[in-house]
Structures are given as C-alpha cells and as structure tokens.
Design a protein around this ligand. Structure first.
Ligand SMILES: NC(=O)c1ccc[n+]([C@@H]2O[C@H](COP(=O)([O-])OP(=O)(O)OC[C@H]3O[C@@H](n4cnc5c(N)ncnc54)[C@H](O)[C@@H]3O)[C@@H](O)[C@H]2O)c1
Ligand SMILES: O=P(O)(O)OC[C@@H](O)[C@@H](O)[C@H](O)[C@H](O)CO
Length: 437
C-alpha cells in the first residue's frame, strides 16, 4: 500500500481510485482508505473485499466495471492504523476528499482554533501524540508526526475537494495544527511534505437502490455499494511528488505548472451553476440537476451566470459551456439538488462573491446573473427549496429575519459587508429573491 486516502466517499471511488486503477503501474500502488467520519462506508465495502462496481452512465450507454484499487479499509476511528500507515516508508501519497467543511478554516484562512472539535483534538494530541484525533487537519498533523518520528521520509499530500488552491489551503491548516502541537513538527513538515494542488471533475451522485438493482440485473451479483458516475472525467494537478506517484497521466490526468485557470473555470462555471440550481431550482420543485436544467427559467438563470463568470475568466469558455450543458442534461445521472445544497456557507464566498465583485466593478448597471445565486441562497436559508444542511453556518444566518430585505442585508453582511452597505445591491438581490420565491 502506498497511498492513504482520507474520506472514503463516492467521489474518490469514481475519480482518484479509478485513475489509480487505470494507471499502468497500478499493481505497485494500492490505497488504504479511511472514512472521513462515520464507519459505514468501510463496513459496507469490507464485506466485498474493497471491490465495487463503477457504473458509467452516458446519455445513450452504460458500462459497469469492477474497481480493485482499494487494498485496505478503515473507519476514521482506527487512528492507530492511520498513524501506522503514515509512519510506513512505502506510503508516498495521501489524498483527501472530506468536503469543503472538513478543512476547518477560520475566517482568516488558518485553522479554525475556535472550533470545539479542533480545540479538543489539539489538546489531546499535544498531551499524547498517539491520542485519537477526529478533525482532518489534526489527524494529518498527528500522522505526519508519526512519520517524522519513524524517519519514513518525504510525502506528498493531494487534496481532491472543490476548493481553490486546495494544496495551499490544506498546508495552512495542517501547519497551524502542527505549530500548536510542536513547532519542530511544523518545521519538519515545511521541509519534507509536498502539497499538490488539484482540480477534480466528475459528476458523481450518492448511491441509490436503483444503482444496486442495475448492477444485480446486469451482472448477477449483489454489490451493496456501487457508485454511478458520468463518462466525463478530469484531473489536473500541479506540484512535486518526491516519493513518486502512480502514472495517473497514462490514465488521462494532466500535470501542469499552474492549476488556477482550470480551477477557476470549473469552480465558477460548474460548481457555481450547481449551487445556483441547488438553491434556486429546488424552490421550483425540481429534484435533480437534469430536471432543473430542462426548465427554461432555470436554464436562463444558468446561462446568465455563465455569461457573468465568462467575462472574468482568462481561459476559453464556449466549448466548456456547451459540454456542461450536455453533462447537466444527462438524465441518467440522478444528481440530487438537496445533496449539492449542503454547506453553502463554505461555497458562496469563493464561488460567487468574486464574480459579483467583478461584475459590479465592470458594469455599473446591474449584475443579475452574478447576484442571483446570492438571492437564491437567501431564500434557501429562509426555508424555501432544499433543506439547509450546513454545520459551518454562522449563528446570525441560522434563522434570518422574516422580512426579506432584512434577510438579504444580514446574508450580504456575512458574505461581503461592503456590499451590504450598498443600497442598490440590497435592493437588486431583494428583487431577485422575490422573483425566485
Ligand atoms: N461527488 C462529486 O460529483 C464530486 C466531484 C468533484 C469533487 N467532489 C469533492 O468530493 C467531496 C466529497 O464528495 P462525495 O461525493 O464523495 O461525498 P460523499 O458523501 O460520498 O463522501 C464524503 C466524504 O467526506 C467525509 N466528510 C464529510 N464531512 C467531513 C468532515 N467534516 N470531516 C471529515 N470528513 C468529512 C465523509 O465521511 C465521506 O468520507 C465533495 O465535497 C467535493 O469537494 C465531489
Ligand atoms: O459540494 P460541492 O458544491 O463542492 O459539489 C457538489 C457538486 O457541484 C459537485 O459534486 C460536482 O458534481 C463536481 O464538482 C463535479 O466535478
């Protein structure tokens, strides 16, 4: 085993594990996969030796393949096993898919020291290096400490969540944790750990009973935990791998000097449109992305959002937009808006607000395409459409004011205080919110 993965979810199984499976040197690697929080995913896959069926659903054909990249399965609570893997010199790469919320950043981008779980983990690990830690930044810092003490050598960490500059983001929170535990650990990490930034893309919904039934019907075996995904897949990485890596490029990954232009386009155009639909289209009674994009009103909102984002990107967007429309319209992918709606407080500030600012700066009259996702989020927080699931939501936004304009002001104050002070912006968001619900 030479890769350790944190956050055994569907996306890792459709994406990073798939690339590892299809690398020509796959046999030299193998993944020790840990769940992010609950043990369920490991329990389910243990019953089938880590094997699972990947269903690729295109508009007009479906394929099923069995992926065998997982070599060991662990629940997140198996902290001793995590420390042992990280202390082993064979392990060269750590990957993560723990959602945006799992990085536990504070307002300044550093580790959220005020978070109760972070504080408890730091206290425990500072006192006893082997103590169980639950939060990702402290788990990783503790694992790196085990590696340092074992003299197991350098390591590369590759975050695979939808976050801009995810390598730097993860480095910062882990280094903050390390500094707190032992400044010498932070110094060792600075010299021995490489943080790779990666842009990941493959639409992968949660598993349904239909997925299980489809595998049983097509293959004649029971898979408790298949994954269904789309044919499209992209992985763009930048950074050093001093200890080596699978030949992911041979499986289609792209290694570049700068991920930023790919990342910005994807996060804004794809994930931004997803967020807009999750909040705005669920209010109109739609359940899935395919249903939402088939609604001409929603489609016009998405087109307007794309036009706003495209005006401020440095890479071409025409083909990308056309491909996105096709991907969103793939009705065989049952991507639930309620799933995408989670954790908006982590997403809007990075996906939507920069576009709002750029639009307001560039076009003094109106910026509806960029402001609509904010208006839709306000209505979501007020109880319209998909249910709110957002552990990081600040107290002030849990129950926004019943008066719409007051709610808009409160939300804007949180997202961009300067904009909350601009009458024209508050009025426009209020009008757009009224049109949505
Ligand atoms: N599903 C997709 O289409 C897709 C595509 C690109 C990127 N991603 C990225 O992958 C992430 C996971 O998506 P998924 O489809 O695998 O979801 P999933 O629900 O199947 O898995 C989520 C994983 O994250 C872990 N997790 C959740 N919150 C955590 C926390 N606070 N701390 C530690 N671990 C935590 C869970 O335990 C689980 O292992 C997304 O949030 C996104 O950043 C997903
Ligand atoms: O939780 P998010 O918003 O980061 O992601 C939800 C979906 O937009 C996301 O999973 C996309 O399907 C994915 O990013 C496609 O590559």
């Amino acid at each position: 085993m030479r890769i350790v993965h944190l956050g055994l979810g569907n996306f890792a199984r459709a994406h990073q594990f798939w690339y590892t499976e299809h690398a020509p040197d796959a046999g030299d690697w193998g993944v020790a996969a840990f769940t992010g929080r609950r043990p369920d995913a490991a329990d389910q896959l243990r019953g089938q030796d880590g094997l699972y069926s990947l269903i690729t659903r295109g508009e007009d054909r479906e394929d099923i393949e069995v992926v065998s990249a997982i070599s060991a399965l662990h629940a997140s609570a198996e902290h001793d096993a995590f420390l042992a893997h990280l202390a082993h010199p064979d392990v060269r790469v750590v990957t993560t898919t723990v959602t945006e919320a799992g990085y536990l950043r504070g307002a300044d981008g550093g580790l959220h020291l005020g978070d109760a779980a972070v504080a408890a983990d730091l206290a425990a690990v500072s006192h006893d290096r082997g103590a169980a830690a639950r939060t990702v930044p402290v788990r990783l810092a503790a694992g790196l400490d085990a590696r340092r003490r074992a003299g197991a050598g350098s390591l590369t960490v590759v975050p695979c969540d939808n976050l801009s500059h995810n390598g730097a983001v993860l480095a910062r929170v882990v280094l903050d944790a390390a500094e707190h535990i032992d400044p010498a650990l932070a110094e060792w990490i600075g010299g021995s750990v490489s943080w790779v930034t990666s842009m990941v893309d493959r639409i992968t919904p949660a598993t349904t009973d239909q997925d299980r039934a489809d595998v049983a019907a097509a293959r004649g075996y029971v898979d408790a935990s298949p994954v269904s995904t789309e044919p499209f897949s992209e992985w763009v990485l930048a950074g050093a791998f001093p200890g080596g890596r699978p030949d992911w490029e041979a499986a289609g990954a792209l290694v570049v000097d700068d991920v930023a232009p790919f990342e910005e386009r994807k996060l804004r155009m794809l994930n931004g449109a997803h967020s807009l639909m999750a909040y705005g289209a669920s209010v109109r009674g739609h359940r899935t992305v395919a249903e939402a994009i088939a609604d001409p009103v929603v489609r016009s909102w998405v087109e307007e959002w794309w036009a706003a984002t495209a005006r401020h990107l440095t890479v071409p967007t025409d083909d990308y937009r056309a491909a996105l429309l096709e991907r969103f319209s793939n009705a065989r992918i049952q991507h639930l808006l309620a799933q995408i709606a989670a954790d908006g407080s982590q997403k809007l500030p990075v996906r939507v607000i920069p576009v709002v600012r750029a639009e307001l700066e560039a076009r003094s009259a109106g910026a509806d395409g960029a402001l609509r996702p904010v208006a839709a989020w306000v209505q979501h927080l007020r109880g319209h459409g998909a249910p709110v699931q957002d552990a990081g939501l600040p107290e002030s936004l849990v129950t926004p004011a019943s008066d719409l304009e007051d709610a808009v002001t409160t939300v804007l104050r949180h997202l961009a205080p300067d904009l909350a002070a601009e009458r024209a912006v508050v009025d426009r968001v209020t009008t757009l919110a009224r049109e949505i619900a």
